[in-house]
Design a protein around this ligand. Sequence first.
Ligand SMILES: *Cc1c(COP(=O)(O)O)cnc(C)c1O
Length: 478
Amino acid sequence: MKSFNLDLDREERMYIGTYLLERINDYTGNIREVRVSPELDVDAIVQFAQKLSFDHPVGAQEAIDHILEGLIQFQVHTPHPRYFGLYNPRPNDMGIMADTITAAFNPQLAAWSHAPVAVEIENYVLKEIAAKFGYSSETADGTFTTGGAEANLTAVLTALIHHFPSYAKEGLRALKAQPVMYASAESHHSLVKAARSCGLGTDSLRIIPTDSQLRMNVRALQQQIAADRAAGYAPFLIIGTGGTTGSGAIDPIGALADVAEDERLWLHVDAAYGGACVFVPELLEQLHDIRRADSITFDAHKWMSVPMGAGMYLTRHRDILHRAFSISADYMPKEGAGLDRIDPFTHSIQWSRRFIGLKLYLSLATAGWEGYGKVVRQQAEMGERLRQELTRSNWTVVNDTVLPVVCFTDIRVPAESRSKFVSFIYEEVLRSGQAWISIYEMNKEPALRACITNYETTAEDIIALVELLNSVRAKMMN
Ligand SMILES: *Cc1c(COP(=O)(O)O)cnc(C)c1O
């Protein structure tokens, strides 16, 4: 029997590769013409997904045409300049190229010796990013993660091991007291999963109330820590958020660092999105004290606009990742054993690892810090522009942040009908296919939420969004 080869022949590969690149070019070039979000016809979508049969294989071009058609028709187009959404960026070209290179060369980053240049590039990028956050290069360490959720899980694990060294071997059961950690009511829910995954249970995550601008209330934090100590719990970790997912609130990091120092707790700052403020001098002030955090979460697949699957965990404790993840496995390559280098599988939750850092490396290598500074500044300006245009059209902005996350409502609508009003506007905007926004509940009242996540979003896009909102509102008022 002739052996089966999973490759295309060389000529077909060139043809299909070029064809695909042209189709991607068409997609990004004409993106303003597609609906920002699809209509959710479940039957049609399931049928589409199951259309190709594995009993009757098709040619490469047919398969690719099928998936491109499906994605164009049935997804929220996060690369669209009028996707005013969650922190999902337009993916940049160098990031797309990097993911292609990573797929083709398939470097295995578990062991240093299998992919030494890839590991060293990741180390270099991590060190540079850590320096932007104010960590000293002597003590900084870090690892690329699949995203913010894995970085937050890593934070909980490392803080646990730092505080309770026996946890690594004997587990939670051997501890005399139940460890507890603190985050605001606006913190990311990946922390709830982290509490479960570490065996702490979700009750161990103490939810601290916020002030009217949704920042953690530091007095309430101190009171909860005192109450927990009095009740025999073992506080170990405070998690501040540097740009909450809902409204872009930035917790008072300096004050949290003071509490953490006084109470001898680990401070983690989840800056998955807002961390990019450190690239711009006028926004840096917001996160100045982040250098005092013991560890940081930062996602490149948010404000740095690389394709998904690129988070980072950074720490100023050089040995903690080793203490949390080192392990020896006989079957792992040993060529690097005599060299003073670290195998990434001993340094993170992951084992087989893709070259996550390449998309950030190639992006930074071509755009530079200056390019990223401009991207962040421009999006912050677009956020400011959106606040102005909304206010001019009698909308009320209800959140207070320098980040381009805008929560708003119309306070002229009677309070008892505002929730219905907000839902109506949201649904009509989505139905129009012209923009994507969401609803976020602020201080128990639903508000509309629009965020700039795309370096292609212009003032015209902002004006178009506000005009759309105005026309939907007029329709409701009539
Ligand atoms: C997005 C986000 C996360 C989760 O990150 P993923 O990359 O989606 O895993 C965590 N924290 C904050 C503040 C976020 O905005």
